[in-house]
Design a protein around this ligand. Structure first.
Ligand code: PMT
Length: 321
């Protein structure tokens, strides 16, 4: 039997990035989730979402963060489940979460009230029943209904990361877990991942002291994890990466270069300021612009619905080929 290829990135991951203690347990959970859903005729998408955190000290007080609210990942998860996929949601702790994302700007206490008109003020009894103030939570019933259906169908497996090390090891575990379902697996890598890190061996243990003067940091390059993911860990899967730039003039060129380098199936290219209204899905043969108009905004149409529709069709073709 052919032995699995060990890339140099595997070695680097093991040596320089702390392995989370629960990684094997999570890998088994993801593999069981994928087996179960594929047996019932579903496909499985692994969504990464949110930004990674790179600690500067091992007893961390300070860290570098990559920007991402998690909205792209969380809303895409909903549209994938609506399209018949089961979703492994590998997301940054406390970033936006499917369904709950719609209420993330609302203070929970403003959304609740005492029944029977009692204000629940300091002088009144606080034993009255607490009910939802539906005006403060528009569409709560619709979101709750769908969330409960998703829970009952066990369609969503949430896995959390905070640090870059956790992200890298959990993504590798996910890729290996999903390799058993071959082309029925999709990877949708929307997380914003740091390109720089401090290796565990060079990280100070204690808080860096400002009394030592200005801080100069020297950061190593993070290995490009897409490369072993596509070649070694899940070679039959349908893989989508994201490309984020702030300079629109270099975006498409960078997206094409990523496809040439990693040989995966598609890149979703976006510019930070316009990411909610405009993306380009780039494949080796095609380039599709997806746009949200003002009319779409009025009708609550989100760009993730279009991205997911484009990619689920491409995944269909990929499987039948
Ligand atoms: O969450 P929101 O606020 O809604 O914003 C969504 C988003 C802008 C974060 C999202 O649409 C997006 O563009 N995500 C990717 C951002 C990014 O980090 O791009 P990048 O150029 O650094 O990475 C490109 C690809 O390589 C990514 O798919 C990443 O998963 C992958 N990568 C990155 C670093 C690394 N060491 N290995 C990788 O494989």
């Amino acid at each position: 039997m052919a032995k699995p290829r060990i890339s140099s990135i595997d070695g680097k991951l093991a040596e320089e990035f702390a392995v989370p203690s629960h990684v094997e347990e999570v890998k088994e959970k993801m593999a069981a989730f994928a087996r179960h859903h594929v047996a019932t005729g579903r496909r499985v998408v692994l969504i990464t979402s949110g930004g990674t955190k790179v600690p500067l000290e091992s007893r961390t007080v300070r860290f570098l963060d990559n920007f991402s609210s998690g909205r792209r990942g969380a809303s895409s998860a909903e549209y994938f489940m609506d399209s018949g996929y089961a979703v492994i949601f590998l997301h940054r702790h406390r970033s936006l979460y499917p369904y709950a994302r719609m209420f993330s700007n609302i203070n929970m206490l403003d959304a609740l009230k005492f029944s029977g008109g009692g204000g629940g003020g300091a002088s009144s009894s606080n034993s009255g029943e607490v009910v939802v103030n539906q005006q403060a939570l528009p569409n709560i019933a619709k979101a709750l209904k769908r969330y409960q259906e998703v829970k009952e169908g066990e369609l969503l497996l949430p896995i959390e990361f905070s640090t870059l090390s956790e992200y890298l090891h959990l993504l590798k575990a996910a890729a290996q877990a999903l390799s058993t379902i071959g082309s029925k697996a999709m990877f949708y890598l929307a997380a914003a991942v740091s390109d720089f890190y401090i290796p565990a061996s060079e990280m100070p243990e204690h808080k860096i002291q400002s009394s030592n003067g200005p801080l100069q940091l020297s950061l190593n390059m993070v290995p490009k994890i897409l490369s072993p993911l596509v070649k070694d860990w899940a070679p039959q899967a349908f893989v989508i990466s994201f490309k984020l730039e702030t300079d629109a003039t270099i975006l498409l060129d960078k997206a094409r270069r990523a496809l040439d380098t990693y040989r995966h199936q598609a890149v979703v290219a976006n510019v930070l300021d316009s990411r909610r209204g405009y993306v380009v899905v780039v494949t080796p043969e095609t380039q599709a612009e997806l746009i949200i108009t003002e009319e779409d905004v009025k009708n609550d149409v989100e760009i993730e619905e279009r991205i997911v529709s484009n990619l689920t069709s491409a995944h269909n073709k990929f499987i039948t080929q």
